[in-house]
Design a protein around this ligand. Structure first.
Ligand code: NCD
Ligand code: ZN
Length: 347
């Protein structure tokens, strides 16, 4: 097969940033994706309905004439007002709420330290059907960074789901066999997003033969057995797994530093890599489910009517290298193997 037409995909976890970066990266995602769940970890974070409305306007202003729907999220803090969340969701402004354990990742200092302090918000969300997107890593400094996701499931996620059983939860950017297994054994109110980069790199790719800062993201890539478990989950057809690229641009100056930022900028090549992965797993027929169908089903949103056609060319595509932005160049994620699939047309 060298052509594949699918319903236009959505990105269920995306960082669009603000200012000069927003202006440069928003059109890249809008080129291929119909909608995206937009992460709220700006500085300062998007915590109120009013801030989400203002951010949505800035995103729309960066995309004149483009048919792209930003699905806004609110950054959960210990002082989040449940009434504001419920009103912002009821009006259609906000699609989900994001839980960052304080200090877990880029711009997460205002995140949650004590889950008991947000119990009221979570109960109101469960009642109103507002999904919670979770960055699933503990921040306990005594827990090894490679174990932080698996420990989070036992210490935080499973107790939280038992405490608020009606809450719909998306475990974001899962990186371990433990997370994939936990989602598989849970009920229909738990789903997980999987990134493109975690389907193609493991920690050895990042660290052997020189440190590759553009492979550094959070949660950090794990060993090869976990990557394989993620490929099995993504390509297996289970509707609880869907695409969230977690495309997270940082300038090269911020990445290539003595203390480099976490985040891989994958948006320009996400669908090319995804087609490669699904073809290698003999699962191209399941790509549409993962990229275009499972996400809207979980979020209770309509499927996109438009389509997108991927084509495979005999010669490898030139890698885009980096994206010029007003804040400086941003290196595009390079999977380290040639890409033959590309977006040929969309309607
Ligand atoms: C994200 C970012 O840069 O905002 N970084 C990352 O490595 N994924 C934050 C996040 O999603 O954890
Ligand atoms: Zn992210």
């Amino acid at each position: 097969m060298d052509r594949l037409t699918l319903r236009r995909p959505d990105d269920w976890h995306l960082h669009l940033r603000d200012g000069a970066l927003l202006a440069a990266v928003a059109p890249v995602s809008a080129r291929h994706f119909a909608r995206a769940i937009v992460m709220p970890n700006l500085v300062p974070p998007v915590v109120s309905g009013a801030e989400a409305a203002a951010y949505r306007e800035r995103i729309r202003a960066a995309l004149p004439g483009r048919r792209f729907t930003p699905l806004m999220t609110l950054y959960l803090t210990e002082t989040t007002d449940p009434d504001d969340v419920i009103a912002a969701h009821a009006s259609g402004l906000v699609t989900a709420v994001k839980l960052y354990p304080a200090g877990a990742t880029t711009n997460s200092a205002s995140g949650v330290r004590d889950l008991d302090r947000v119990r009221g918000v979570l109960e109101a969300m469960a009642e109103a059907g507002v999904p919670l997107c979770v960055h699933g890593e503990v921040t306990d400094p005594s827990v090894d960074i490679f174990d932080r996701e698996a420990v989070f499931i036992d210490r935080v996620l499973d107790p939280l789901r038992r405490a608020v059983p009606g809450l719909r939860v998306v475990m974001e950017h899962i990186t371990t066999a433990e997370a994939a297994g936990y989602v598989t054994t849970a009920g229909a109110n738990l789903a997980a997003t999987i990134t493109v980069h975690h389907l193609v790199i493991n920690r050895t790719h990042m660290l052997a033969g020189g440190i590759r800062p553009h492979y550094y993201c959070l949660p950090v890539a794990k060993r090869e057995t976990h990557r394989r478990a993620l490929v099995a989950a993504a390509t297996g057809g289970d509707a609880r797994f869907f695409l969230g690229t977690d495309s997270a641009p940082h300038t090269d100056a911020a990445k290539e530093s003595a203390c480099g930022c976490a985040g891989c900028f994958t948006a320009p090549v996400a669908l090319s890599i995804l087609a490669h992965v699904f073809e290698a797993a003999d699962a191209l027929d399941r790509l549409e489910g993962f990229a275009s169908l499972h996400g809207p089903a979980f979020y209770g949103l309509p499927r996109n009517d438009e389509t997108l056609t991927l084509a495979k060319s005999p010669a490898p595509l030139p890698h885009p290298g980096s994206l010029a932005t007003g804040a400086g160049p941003v290196t595009v994620f390079d999977p380290g193997f040639p890409l033959h699939w590309h977006v040929a047309e969309d309607t």
